[in-house]
Design a protein around this ligand. Structure first.
Ligand SMILES: CC(C)(COP(=O)(O)OP(=O)(O)OC[C@H]1O[C@@H](n2cnc3c(N)ncnc32)[C@H](O)[C@@H]1OP(=O)(O)O)[C@@H](O)C(=O)NCCC(=O)NCCS
Length: 187
């Protein structure tokens, strides 16, 4: 699978409700979020706006422009609402058989609505398609919301990078999902 893969429509209420049993599956529902690859450098502005509002040390336009040249390694997914406004994004690398999630962020007014979950589900599915067997990422030790999100997808703490972050200085927890093929049970 490549960055040109088609859009995914994700209904996160059904996604989060494990009860989504046969009757829910048989009922057509409007998608909440559209998840699709970044298709043009013009869309970097949308990512930068979310990035700058979400992180104290955001990636710059130059970093993004450099990243999108690395089409065999570096991947970007955007989450859009029904009017196609970008509400979140995730960037990740696939290196050999491992995914590394670099950045994941959602516009503040769209948080706790399943956007990051929809992005993460698509990242992990794309990772399997790209041949990845495991996934890693770093997260601030104090970022309880993100930790809870990643735990729900089966990530667990694999290590600590002391003083990894600046503004403010803080340790990073290294999270790892060892087996991308195993279905994830959200709870
Ligand atoms: C972390 C972040 C990406 C989560 O995005 P989101 O779209 O709000 O996440 P979801 O709605 O998919 O949340 C799924 C679950 O994760 C957990 N979660 C997410 N944010 C949480 C928070 N602030 N507090 C507690 N739990 C949280 C909850 O279990 C949530 O399920 P629930 O809403 O049913 O309780 C978002 O808060 C964000 O952009 N933060 C700033 C950037 C950042 O920290 N990125 C992560 C860097 S590693």
């Amino acid at each position: 699978m490549s960055r040109r893969t088609a859009a995914t429509h994700v209904n996160t209420s059904a996604f989060r409700d494990e009860a989504s049993s046969s009757s829910a599956r048989e009922t057509p529902v409007m998608p909440d979020w559209i998840i699709e690859p970044l298709t043009s450098p013009d869309e970097i502005d949308a990512i930068l706006a979310i990035e700058e509002a979400s992180f104290t040390n955001p990636w710059t336009r130059q970093m993004y422009l450099a990243e999108i040249q690395k089409t065999d390694v570096s991947f970007f997914l955007l989450a859009r609402d029904a009017s196609r406004r970008a509400v979140g994004f995730c960037s990740f690398w696939r290196v050999l058989d491992e995914l590394h999630i670099n950045n994941l962020a959602v516009r503040s007014e769209h948080r706790r609505q399943g956007v990051a979950s929809a992005l993460l589900a698509r990242v992990l599915a794309d990772g399997v398609g790209l041949g990845a067997k495991s996934a890693t990422l770093e997260v601030r030790r104090s970022n309880e919301g993100a930790l809870r999100l990643y735990e729900r997808f089966g990530f667990s703490v694999a290590g600590v990078r002391r003083g990894y972050y600046t503004k403010p200085v803080e340790d990073a927890l290294v999270l790892r999902l060892a087996d991308l093929e195993t279905p994830v049970a959200l709870c």
